[in-house]
Design a protein around this ligand. Structure first.
Ligand code: NAD
Ligand code: TYD
Length: 347
C-alpha cells in the first residue's frame, strides 16, 4: 500500500504519520506538506529515517505539481489533512482558506479520480474534517452525522465546502471516500495560536491570557493521539461514503478550562497556587464566535469500537509535560513571524 498523507508536518498530521509509519511497516507513507507556518519537520524527527517514510514538499493548490507527483506515484489511498486551520486567521485572510481548503481539496479529488478511474477497488480517499461545519449548538444537544451544515466562520465555511466536494465526487464519479468530523484537538506539537498551547506558552512567559468575550464558550476537547487512532480505524474499517463524528465526550467552558490549565501549570512550575489565574484577561470577542460545539460520537463507538483512551486531566498533564520538555520547539515556532502574528492579533 502506498499512502499519501497531506499536511503530515502539521499538528494532527504528524501524529497520524507517526502512527502509520510505526504501526504499518509494509505501507509506504508519503507525507506531502507545503511547510506553511503551521508545518514543521521537527514534529517528525523520530520517524524521518524510517525506511517506509518519505517527505515531499509541495502545495496541494499547485495543479502542475500534483500532476507531476501523480505521474511518479500510484497511490492506493490518501488521508487528507492539509488545510489552513485557524479560525482567527480565516477572519483576517479568508482567501487563503478558499485556496488550500477548497481548491486544494478539489485538486486532489481530480488527481485521485483520474488516477483510479479504471478501478476503484481497495482505494480510499479519506477526508479529515471538523465539527465546526455544523455551526453552533445552543445550551443543549449534540452534533450527529446528520446535523445540517451551518458554518459561521470563513474557516468552517471552507471546510464545509470541501466536505461537499468530497461527497459530490463520491456521488458523481463513484470516488470511494470516507470522512470524519472531529472536535477540538489538543496535545504535543500543537501550534501556539490555538487556545491551549497559546495559553501554556503565555503562562510560561508570564504574559496575559486573552480570554475572548465572557469566556463562556464551550468546546469538546480530544487528545490528539486518540484522534490519530480514530483516523486509523476509519481508514481501515470505515464504510465507503460514510461520515464518522469523532469527539472527546469532554465539554469545557473556556474559562473553566483556562483555570484548570493555570492550576496545573502553577504546580508544574512550582509557582504560588493561583498566580497564573491572575494573568487571565478578558478581551474583545471573536466575531461570529460559535457558542458551543459538542459531538455525539456514538456511531464510531458502536460501529468501529473507538473511544478516547485518556481522560482530559491525563491528556492535559501529558500535553503540558511535553511543552515544558520541548522548550526549544516552542522557542523556534514562536520566533520571527509568530511575533508579528501575535502583535497583530492581541496588541
Ligand atoms: P495544522 O494547521 O497544524 O497543519 C496543517 C498542515 O497542512 C501544515 O503542516 C501545513 O504546512 C499544511 N498545509 C497547509 N496548506 C497547505 C497546502 N496548500 N499544501 C500542502 N500542505 C499544506 O492543522 P491541524 O490542526 O493539524 O489540522 C489538520 C486537519 O484536521 C485540518 O484539515 C483541520 O481542518 C482538521 N481538524 C483539526 C482540528 C483541530 O482541533 N486542530 C479538529 C478537527 C479537524
Ligand atoms: P481555538 O483553539 O482557536 O479553536 P476553535 O476556535 O477552532 O474552537 O479556540 C478555542 C476556544 O478558545 C474558542 O472558543 C475561542 C477561544 N479563544 C480565546 O478565548 N482566546 C484565544 O486567544 C484563542 C486563540 C481562543
Amino acid at each position: 500500500m502506498k499512502i499519501l498523507i497531506t499536511g503530515g508536518a502539521g499538528f494532527i498530521g504528524s501524529h497520524v504519520v507517526r502512527r502509520f509509519v510505526s504501526n504499518y511497516p509494509t505501507y509506504e507513507i508519503y507525507n506531502l506538506d507545503a511547510l506553511t507556518y503551521a508545518g514543521n519537520l521537527e514534529n517528525l524527527r523520530d520517524v524521518e529515517n524510517r525506511p517506509n517514510y518519505n517527505f515531499v514538499k509541495g502545495d496541494i493548490v499547485d495543479e502542475e505539481f500534483i500532476k507531476d507527483l501523480f505521474e511518479k506515484h500510484t497511490f492506493d489511498g490518501v488521508i487528507h489533512l492539509a488545510a489552513e486551520s485557524h479560525v482567527d486567521r480565516s477572519i483576517t485572510d479568508p482567501l487563503a482558506f478558499v485556496r488550500t481548503n477548497i481548491i486544494g481539496t478539489v485538486n486532489l479529488l481530480n488527481a485521485f479520480r483520474d488516477l483510479w478511474k479504471d478501478n476503484f477497488d481497495e482505494k480510499r480517499f479519506y477526508h479529515v474534517s471538523t465539527d465546526e461545519v455544523y455551526g453552533s449548538l445552543g445550551a443543549d444537544g449534540l452534533f450527529t452525522e446528520t446535523t445540517a451544515y451551518d458554518p459561521n466562520s470563513p474557516y468552517s465555511a471552507s471546510k464545509a465546502s470541501s466536505d461537499h466536494f468530497v461527497r459530490a465526487y463520491g456521488e458523481t464519479y463513484g470516488l470511494p471516500y470516507v470522512m470524519s468530523n472531529c472536535s477540538n484537538n489538543y496535545g504535543p506539537n500543537h501550534f501556539p495560536e490555538k487556545l491551549i498551547p497559546l495559553f501554556i506558552n503565555n503562562i510560561i512567559e508570564n504574559k496575559p491570557l486573552p480570554v475572548y468575550g465572557d469566556g463562556k464558550y464551550t468546546r469538546d476537547w480530544l487528545f490528539v493521539e486518540d484522534h490519530a487512532r480514530a483516523i486509523d480505524m476509519v481508514f481501515h474499517k470505515g464504510k465507503n461514503h460514510e461520515t464518522y463524528n469523532i469527539g472527546g465526550f469532554n465539554e469545557w467552558q473556556n474559562i473553566d478550562l483556562v483555570k484548570l490549565l493555570c492550576d496545573i501549570m502553577d504546580r508544574k512550575l512550582g509557582r504560588t497556587p493561583g498566580s497564573s489565574q491572575e494573568l487571565i484577561t478578558y478581551v474583545k470577542d471573536r466575531p461570529g464566535h460559535d457558542l458551543r460545539y459538542a459531538i455525539d460520537a456514538d456511531k464510531i463507538n458502536k460501529e468501529l469500537g473507538w473511544e478516547p483512551s485518556v481522560t482530559f486531566e491525563q491528556g492535559l498533564e501529558k500535553t503540558i509535560d511535553w511543552f515544558l520538555a520541548n522548550e526549544k520547539w516552542l522557542n523556534n515556532v514562536t520566533s520571527g513571524e509568530y511575533q508579528e502574528y501575535y502583535d497583530k492579533m492581541y496588541s
